[in-house]
Design a protein around this ligand. Structure first.
Ligand SMILES: C[S@@+](CC[C@H](N)C(=O)[O-])C[C@H]1O[C@@H](n2cnc3c(N)ncnc32)[C@H](O)[C@@H]1O
Length: 239
């Protein structure tokens, strides 16, 4: 089984990412504003997870459909934030071409696949379902900031208070991916995420059919910079 089909579909996911629930109050309004589309725009929240950002997209007047691979996340989304939801895989979206105005892709939800072809396919699918001129907001971790923060912890197990939770993050040997091993609630997890450079992100967006509108280095809309913690791309589907 692919790691992303297992790791995110386990109850421990909600323990590991417990702090992200509180972060939603800050991230949701800011990211929804950076999407910068008018009320009543049709938005796909891909992946929607358990919907922690959903209310903030609705607050801007968007018509939101969520999609995610994880059944468990979709069940929690339905319970916490009722909405139209679809179980899907990024590589083959079950939507018609040009059917939406925006795709909202938050919290480093690109780079999960092992091959560049599949990672490109995810962006190409986002482009396919967007109308020409439609907007993709791609919210990623900044590679350089992550590299700097990893120097102290690379390869070391760190223990947390909750549920026997421990984690160890390390770079892959080729320096392209972050491998994060975790034990929690007696289960073992292993995230394996490609952390692209800015040049790679731009090249992949271009190849998938996007031009880059704005790039941001933070939730407050500050300009992109190499050292920023977040790299946020507002990309426009080419005509
Ligand atoms: C880090 S979470 C982000 C969720 C949400 N955007 C948020 O900010 O809370 C990543 C999500 O991607 C989903 N996911 C992972 N691989 C996927 C795939 N191949 N197709 C669709 N969703 C996927 C996971 O189930 C998980 O809910």
């Amino acid at each position: 089984m692919d790691w992303f089909a297992w790791d995110f579909d386990h109850p421990a996911y909600f323990t590991i990412y417990a702090d992200k629930a509180a972060d939603a109050a800050r991230e949701g309004p800011a990211l929804a504003a950076l999407l910068d589309l008018p009320p009543r725009s049709r938005i796909l929240d891909l992946p929607c997870g358990w919907g922690r950002l959903h209310p903030h997209l609705r607050d801007r007047g968007f018509e939101v459909v969520g999609g995610d691979l994880s059944r468990l996340n979709l069940v929690k989304h339905r319970a916490c934030h009722p909405a139209p939801l679809v179980r899907l895989d990024f590589r083959a979206l079950p939507f018609h071409p040009s059917c939406v105005d925006g795709v909202f892709c938050a919290f480093t939800s690109w780079g999960y696949f092992a091959s560049e072809t599949e990672n490109l396919r995810q962006l190409a699918e986002f482009a396919r379902v967007l109308r020409p001129g439609g907007v993709l907001l791609l919210d990623l971790v900044g590679r350089s900031c992550l590299q700097a923060s990893m120097t102290e912890v690379d390869g070391r197990w760190i223990e947390f208070a909750e549920d026997g939770y421990q984690e160890r993050a390390s770079w892959s040997l080729d320096g392209r991916r972050i491998l994060t091993e975790r034990t929690c609630q007696g289960a073992f997890f292993r995230h394996d995420i490609w952390i692209p450079t800015d040049a790679e992100i731009r090249a992949f967006l271009g190849e998938a059919g996007f031009s880059i509108g704005q790039t941001y280095g933070g939730l407050d809309g500050r300009p992109w910079e190499e050292a920023a913690e977040r790299w946020i791309y507002r990309a426009i589907k080419s005509a």
